[in-house]
Design a binder for this molecule. Structure first.
Ligand SMILES: Cc1cc2nc3c(=O)[nH]c(=O)nc-3n(C[C@H](O)[C@H](O)[C@H](O)COP(=O)(O)OP(=O)(O)OC[C@H]3O[C@@H](n4cnc5c(N)ncnc54)[C@H](O)[C@@H]3O)c2cc1C
Ligand code: FES
Length: 278
């Protein structure tokens, strides 16, 4: 049993409400628990999604808990479970265990702070939950800056929401792609850290949240250090292979840390010295 009295090994049934192809590899899903209750997550958490006879995979929850009783996910097709999820249609059912893991402290120490979100590729998926939470309670936070980097224009997720962010006066939004691949593109070209010189943030009043491909963390953190950020003002969301999701099997261990329970969201100062964490 979990702390809330729920059996942590027993999946709850959830119905597919909406499916959309987002990019060549990624599909968007909206789910509703058969119980009609909200999933009860906070930004940064994940759930184990299962399909009978196929398996189970940890997937980040991309919607904000402020957005209603359904919850949203984005799945990249890479293997058995994600492949089967890509064949789902509205009305189909999946099993869901969770929510699990640590959260971006949007209701705690991030309140009142300026926020700098740094999202690379599919790293936007879990961070979107925090961004939308913050925007739904905009008055509780200071300056909000969002940086997004994708490989190519065609790999960008949530394009309408990115355009909406760009149009907001209370958010500074900048994006870049590694390569335009010949597509029409009016924004920056280059790695996400190139955007650092275009923004004005005060390291004393700002907390940064980073999620992206493994190679991005090292360079983003180096850039933040150069700007004057200390490690305790940086949060990272880390991904590791997981099985149980609840601290029992050890699959997700990084030198004694269980990514499923101690993470996936870590304060960087807690993992900076942990070998192989970043
Ligand atoms: C906290 C968390 C959040 C996540 N959020 C998302 C999300 O929002 N969206 C999303 O699409 N994915 C997400 N993932 C990743 C997702 O869980 C994995 O890609 C998962 O493996 C997909 O399951 P599958 O059965 O489709 O693929 P698998 O059959 O597990 O295969 C996936 C890929 O990994 C390789 N692989 C398989 N086993 C191993 C192994 N033991 N060691 C190394 N490589 C292996 C395979 O060859 C294949 O290329 C998340 C993972 C974690 C831990
Ligand atoms: S996934 Fe089993 S201990 Fe973390």
């Amino acid at each position: 049993m979990g702390d809330n009295g729920k059996d942590i090994y027993l999946p709850a049934a959830a119905e597919v409400v909406r499916v959309e192809q987002m990019t060549k590899q990624e599909k968007f899903f909206e789910f509703r628990l058969a119980s009609g209750k909200p999933l009860g997550h906070m930004p940064g958490q994940f759930a184990e999604v299962s399909l009978p006879g196929i398996g189970e995979a940890p997937i980040s929850i991309s919607s904000s808990p402020t957005s209603g009783d359904t919850f949203e996910m984005v799945v990249r097709q890479v293997g058995n479970v994600s492949g089967a999820m890509h064949r789902l249609e509205p009305g189909d059912e999946v099993g869901v265990r969770g929510p699990f893991g640590t959260t971006f402290p949007v209701d705690g120490e991030l309140k009142g702070r300026d926020l700098l979100f740094i999202c690379g590729g599919i790293g936007l998926v879990p961070v979107r939950s925090a961004i939308n939470y913050v925007l739904d309670k905009r008055g509780d936070y200071g300056k909000v800056t969002v940086l997004f980097g994708a490989k190519t224009p065609g790999d960008r997720l949530f394009v309408d929401e990115l355009a909406a962010l760009d149009g907001r006066e209370d958010v500074e939004f900048l994006e870049t792609v590694d390569d335009t691949c010949g597509e029409k593109w009016n924004a920056c070209v280059g790695v996400i850290t190139m955007l650092f010189e275009k923004i004005e943030v005060s390291p004393e009043s700002t907390t940064s949240i980073i999620c992206g491909p493994p190679v991005m963390y090292k360079f983003a953190i180096m850039g933040l250090h150069e700007m004057g950020f200390t490690d305790d003002r940086i949060y990272v969301s880390l991904e590791r292979r997981m099985k149980c999701g609840v601290g029992k099997c050890g699959h997700c261990q990084i030198n004694g840390l269980y990514t499923c329970q101690d993470g996936p969201v870590f304060r960087y100062s807690d993992v900076a010295e942990v070998r192989e964490a970043i």
